[in-house]
Write a protein that binds this ligand. Structure first.
Ligand code: NAP
Ligand code: GLV
Length: 311
């Protein structure tokens, strides 16, 4: 049986992935073009944002392995074969990268480094008050692979961290709460909100005029999850009024962020080009290999997506 690799990698990205995948799967036949000539010879698909419908007609699939952590786009594809185990990328190297990005953002907000960068552009010498990390309340939304690592890293760096999820979670040094009813009070206390929720029907647009109004005046948003979590028009209003003091945004409704989008030039926004935690082909290929071997041995793959929950 063969493995179909369905991605929209650029040649430069493929040049990194191909050797990593071939090294991790030395005995497998890897197909990189589709539709495939013999669909019934394909039992595993390795995917990274493939065009919708790419896996249609692959009736012998036993595993769909995503190279991305988030599977929202994949689940939105009506051509995604039903009933096939879908595994997402879970790699400690990615969690670590996400923790680095979140720590940089929180530290920069806490110590005013974004404001100092603006002062430099304006040639302004002005010292701001220096606060201790334990005086800064950070709320992490989503306590899964990324959120947990981020919340615990921030707590280890001395921040007063709380965390929110669907089900009760226990994390070292983090005050956790679960369920929709808990959110407004948590937002009201937070000075910095870090979003690490998956994009599902219940989390789409979760940052909107109402939730922004529940924040403390001047609180900051760090969105490292998905662009569709934020109603961008509402965010711009909240930034203009100062209700949201600063936004660090790695993800957007439309990516790449269109050149004329007001978020590019807003003085209270820091833009990253979806790089908070890139998949590292070296470690990710090993994760893929373990799941391929499991399936070949008749075992279940790890990190299966619960299609009903959407993550
Ligand atoms: P994950 O392991 O699936 O964790 C999701 C967390 O969110 C869980 O704690 C879950 O609660 C919680 N959650 C889900 N729906 C919720 C709701 N309605 N209310 C409250 N909590 C809810 O996800 P992950 O791997 O950490 O990924 C987090 C996000 O990062 C995703 O959006 C992913 O797409 C994104 N991401 C971004 C980048 C980047 O470079 N920017 C890279 C990788 C991933 P339970 O624990 O109770 O289920
Ligand atoms: C990146 O955003 C991912 O989901 O891996």
């Amino acid at each position: 049986m063969s493995i179909l690799i369905a991605t929209q990698f650029t040649p430069a990205e493929w040049a990194q992935w191909e050797p990593a995948l071939r090294q991790a799967l030395p005995h497998e036949t890897l197909l990189t073009a589709w539709p495939v000539a013999e669909p019934d010879a394909v039992d595993i698909a390795i995917v990274a944002n493939p065009p919708a419908g790419s896996l249609r007609g692959l009736n012998r699939l036993r595993l769909i392995q995503s190279l991305w952590a988030g599977v929202d786009k994949l689940l939105a594809d009506p051509g995604l074969p039903a009933g096939v185990p879908l595994a997402r990328m879970v790699d400690p190297a990615m969690n670590e990268a996400m923790a680095e990005t979140a720590l940089w953002a929180v530290l920069s907000l806490h110590r005013g480094f974004f404001a100092y960068a603006k002062q430099q552009r304006e040639g302004q010498w002005r010292q701001r008050a220096q606060r201790r990390a334990d005086e800064v309340r950070v709320l992490v939304l989503g306590l899964g692979q990324m959120g947990r690592t981020v919340a615990e890293r921030l707590a280890r760096n001395g921040y007063a961290v709380s965390g929110w999820s669907t089900r009760e979670a226990r994390l070292h040094g983090v005050a956790t709460q679960a369920g929709d009813a808990a959110l407004p009070a948590m937002l009201a206390k937070a000075e910095i909100v870090v979003n690490l929720l998956p994009l599902t029907p219940s989390t789409a647009g979760i940052f909107n005029a109402q939730t922004f109004s529940q924040l403390r005046h001047g609180a900051s948003l760090v969105n490292l999850a998905r662009g569709a979590h934020v109603v961008e028009a509402d965010l711009l209003v909240a930034l203009d009024s100062g209700q949201v003091g600063h936004a660090v945004l790695d993800v957007f409704q439309v990516e790449p962020l269109p050149a004329d989008h007001p978020l590019w030039r807003h003085p209270s926004v820091t833009v990253l080009p979806h790089v908070a935690a890139l998949t590292d082909p070296r470690s990710a290929a090993e994760v893929v290999s373990r799941n391929v071997q499991a399936v070949r041995q008749g075992l279940l793959p790890e990190h299966q997506v619960d299609r009903a929950r959407g993550y």
